[in-house]
Design a protein around this ligand. Sequence first.
Ligand SMILES: CC(C)(COP(=O)(O)OP(=O)(O)OC[C@H]1O[C@@H](n2cnc3c(N)ncnc32)[C@H](O[C@H]2O[C@H](COP(=O)(O)OP(=O)(O)OP(=O)(O)O)[C@@H](O)[C@H]2O)[C@@H]1O)[C@@H](O)C(=O)NCCC(=O)NCCS
Ligand SMILES: Nc1ncnc2[nH]cnc12
Length: 297
Amino acid sequence: MDAVLFTEHRATHLWHAGHAARLAELVVTALIDEVTLSPKPGLVDVRGRGAHRDLDWALMCRSAHALRPAFQAMAEAGATLAEAVTLRERIGRLGRDGEAAMLAATGGVNTHRGAIWALGLLVTAATQAPADCAPQQVALRAAVLANTPDRHAPRRTGHKGERARLDYGVGGARGQAEAGFPHVVEVALPALWQARAAGVAEDAARLDALLALMSLLDDTCVLARGGPAALDAVQAGAARVLDAGGSATPAGRRALMRLDAEFLALNVSPGGSADLLAAALFLDRLNNAAPAPDGRP
Ligand SMILES: CC(C)(COP(=O)(O)OP(=O)(O)OC[C@H]1O[C@@H](n2cnc3c(N)ncnc32)[C@H](O[C@H]2O[C@H](COP(=O)(O)OP(=O)(O)OP(=O)(O)O)[C@@H](O)[C@H]2O)[C@@H]1O)[C@@H](O)C(=O)NCCC(=O)NCCS
Ligand SMILES: Nc1ncnc2[nH]cnc12
C-alpha cells in the first residue's frame, strides 16, 4: 500500500473510530437521561426504586456506563462490516458480551438487557450510513439487522420476556425491532416533538412520550409480572394521564402521581417502554447532531 493510500486508509479508520465513540456517548447519555427522568410511574428514577427491589438510579447509571464499550464496538462494526450475516453475528456476540459486562457491573442484576438489544441494533444501523440518520431510516436499517439470522444466538433465552411473548402471543422486544421500532418512530418521537412544539418543558415532553409508549406497547415486563390485566391497567392508565392534559398540566400531573401509586400497588414496571424512550432520545439526538465536520460519509 503506497504512503498516500495508507494515510487515507488510516484517516478513514480514525474517523470511524471517533464517530463510533461519539455515537456510543449518545447512547449512554440517552440511557442516563431515561433513568433520570422523573417522576416515572413504576420505574426507577431519582426518587427511588419504583416497583423494583433490585434496581436504583445509581445501579442503572453504572450499568449504562459499563455498556459504553459494547455500544462503541457495535457502532464500529456497523461502519466497517458490509456483509449482513457477518455484521449481525458480530453485533450478536458484542451484545452478549455487553450483557455479561452489564451483569458484572450490577452484581448479576438485569438492568438493561432489552436496551442492549434495541440500542445495539440502532447504533449499528446509525453507522451503516452516517449521512442518512433520519429516525425512520435508521429504524428500517435496524429492522434488517434484527431480521438477519445469528447462528450463535440462543434459540431460547429462558428469560421472562420470552415466556411472556410465548404465553400471550405478543411480539415483545424482538418483534418491536423486527418491525422497525414502530412505537419509537410513530409514537414516541411524534409525541416528544409535538409536546416541544407546544412549548412543553423538556422533562414533561419526555414524560408524555413515555406515556404514549406505555399506552400502546405490548410490554413483556408488565405481562411477565401481572399478565394481560396488568398490561390493560398500564395502557389505560397512561392514556388517562394524556387525556387529562399530559404531565405538564396540573390535572395531568395529579393523574400521573395516581398512576405511579397504582403501579406500585400492582408491583408493575413498564421497563420495555423505558427502553424505547431511551431509543427515542438517542434517535432524536442523532437526528439533531451536526454532520461530521469534514463531511466524510
Ligand atoms: C431479544 C432479547 C431482548 C431477548 O428478549 P426475550 O424475549 O428473550 O425477553 P427478555 O430477555 O426478558 O428481554 C425483554 C426485555 O426487553 C424490554 N422489553 C419488554 N417488552 C418490550 C417491547 N414490547 N418492546 C421493546 N422492549 C421491550 C424489557 O427490558 C427492560 O426491562 C428489563 C428490566 O425490567 P425488569 O422488570 O426488572 O426485568 P427483570 O429483571 O427480567 O424482571 P423482574 O425479576 O425484576 O420482575 C431490562 O432488561 C430492560 O432493558 C424486557 O425485559 C435479547 O436480549 C436477546 O436476544 N438476548 C440473547 C443474546 C443476544 O443474542 N443478544 C444480542 C444483542 S444485539
Ligand atoms: N428506569 C427504569 N426502571 C425500571 N426498569 C427499567 N428498564 C429500563 N429503564 C428502566
